[in-house]
Design a protein around this ligand. Structure first.
Ligand code: SF4
Ligand code: SF4
Length: 399
């Protein structure tokens, strides 16, 4: 099992409690973004194009802990931005541990080796290192040479010191299945506890728009990667989510499963879309137009989405029904089976637009890594509280 027994038990107990209470929309993982500032400017990132006055903002430790308490999710993913830049990151981590939550501290690992002395190994804390492939792919994806070696070295150091270390990988349509498989092998050899993989999401504001996956190509890509997979590979996902990625199971999105709290407040409806902000988690649940989103919804931005923050919670919820439990057993048993493809699938995969040459990585002045270009949408959102019942600016001031 790629997570400690205590974590699996905590999550199982929590989900069963929600089922007994007949709570249809419950949070599983709080996506906590205590800042948007980052020391990288990755080509597919939709978080770093905010204007400077927003990048300067931080969610205080007090507000972060209050948000976690209010939401009640057993797992907290601390994302961003780069959380290790946050001046109160230790207080946030320690406070969440005291609350009994399991934490995935997402980091690009540039600062991880130095930061390790600030933390103590704990079964409730895992560093989730951003790794987008082998050296060539990763350095290209994060727009900086040498980043792969730094991250790999930090992973080894953290593992040696007794920390839990996982990885999170975003795969774009440039992914070479054979190279991804090699990459998985490498991560296993350095002691990574479990790998998270997710298809990229087509952020309107991300600098490079040709690299994102369409749903049918996503399934073909993951079939190619997982087919004849190795027993040694450990994933930090439910078997049903992996089966979903390779097209064996169909799920709709449960965006409330991974609610997002950041410098603006609670974000509607999910980690990826920002259709307004509200002050409380309950207000998020009560006032979001949930049927609009996901595969059955009408919002075109959801059409090609298969990301883990929308669908992992659907897979976990499903596993707690009799039919879903049977699907889970089947998914776990058949994950490694050889993949078969239709001619249409292969044609679509082979004919997708190749991603050639230099990508759209921004050039940044030293020390201002996240200034990767002016984005009018983000400027407007930050300035006038777009489609929110409260002003985003007003909410941001409170944080
Ligand atoms: S590491 Fe890359 S993807 Fe993550 S927040 Fe920084 S710029 Fe965005
Ligand atoms: S389908 Fe994707 S973009 Fe749409 S609500 Fe779900 S997670 Fe968000």
């Amino acid at each position: 099992m790629p997570v400690p027994v205590s974590q699996a038990y905590t999550v199982a107990k929590y989900v069963l409690t929600q089922k007994v209470k007949r709570n249809k929309r419950y949070p599983l993982v709080l996506m906590l973004e205590p800042l948007f500032r980052c020391n990288l400017a990755c080509e597919g990132c939709g978080k770093i194009q905010f204007p400077e006055h927003v990048l300067k903002k931080r969610v205080s430790a007090e507000k972060a802990l209050a948000a976690a308490e209010e939401c009640g999710a057993p797992i907290v993913s601390i994302a961003g931005g780069e959380p290790l830049i946050h001046p109160e990151i230790q207080d946030i981590v320690e406070g969440l541990i005291k609350q009994g939550r399991y934490i995935y501290l997402c980091t690009n690992a540039l600062l991880l080796e130095r930061a390790l002395k600030k933390f103590t190994p704990n079964k409730q804390l895992s560093f989730s290192v951003h790794m987008d492939g082998l050296k060539e792919e990763h350095d290209k994806s994060v727009c900086r040479d040498g980043t792969y070696e730094i991250a790999l070295s930090a992973i080894k150091k953290a593992v040696d010191m007794g920390f839990r270390v996982t990885t999170n990988t975003t795969l774009f349509n440039t992914a070479n299945p054979a190279r991804v498989r090699e990459f998985f092998d490498e991560l296993m050899t350095v002691g990574v506890e479990g790998m998270m993989v997710s298809p990229g999401y087509a952020y309107e504001k991300a600098p490079e728009q040709d690299i994102f996956l369409e749903r049918n190509i996503t399934k073909t890509l993951f079939k190619k990667i997982f087919g004849d997979g190795k027993d040694e590979w450990r994933f930090n996902h439910s078997p049903n989510f992996l089966a979903f990625l390779r097209g064996d199971i169909d799920y709709d999105c449960t965006p409330w499963g991974n609610p997002t709290y950041n410098v603006f407040g609670w974000q509607k409806p999910c980690y990826l879309l920002a259709d307004g902000y509200v002050r409380s988690f309950q207000e998020l649940i009560d006032t979001t137009d949930w049927p609009r989103y996901g595969q059955k919804g009408t919002d075109p931005r959801c059409k090609n989405c298969m990301v883990h923050c929308g669908y992992e919670a659907s897979a976990v919820d499903d596993a707690f029904s009799i039919s879903g439990g049977l699907r889970l057993l089947k998914a776990a048993k058949t994950f490694n089976r050889p993949a078969t493809f239709t001619a249409e699938e292969l044609e679509a995969f082979d004919n997708q637009k190749p991603y050639m040459g230099a990508h759209a990585c921004a050039t940044q002045p030293e020390g201002e890594a996240t200034k990767s270009g002016k984005d009018e949408l983000m400027e407007q959102l930050a300035a006038r509280g777009q489609s929110s019942p409260k002003s985003d600016q007003e909410l941001a001031k409170r944080n």
